[in-house]
Design a protein around this ligand. Sequence first.
Ligand code: ZN
Length: 178
Amino acid sequence: MLRKNLLLLLFLPTLLLTCNKEEDLTVNSEPEPEIEEELPYPGVDQALWVYFERYEEEGRARGIDIDLRAKRITGVIQEISEDGVAGQCTYSSFRPNHIMIDQTFWNRASTRAREFVVFHELGHCDLGREHREASFANGTCQSIMRSGVGTCRDNYNSVTRPTYLNELFDTDFANQIQ
Ligand SMILES: [Zn+2]
């Protein structure tokens, strides 16, 4: 069972100040390590790969051309210091679209809850979606893009999953901030 406060998700767009040119040059002049090129998702923790793959499959099944590798979306599982935050999507001039999933959350979460959080963050980082708090008549959330601080109840399970994924990849909602 996932504690509600652990599902509190934050979307933190961070803007770096003017980047250091020297550093920029160093980065650009270094050849990519060869092994990185062979990874399905360079810069992404291996534990996240299966969720990245599934996300791409689900998006493609809905007619959206998704290539997280080409978009250079990176992701790590590590402790997030803010209390109750399970995941974040951040972007900066240096590293656009970086996902961070809280290690403590990850260790305790079910496969379904992990998928929920990774898909939510990819909703921000890949689709450019903002939060959506709408609820159905029974009080359950209409979107996995809910903030977690609203009033709707999560209801992401094997039965509702296809509906939630239809909503996630709905182009009416996508690319709101990109
Ligand atoms: Zn969010």
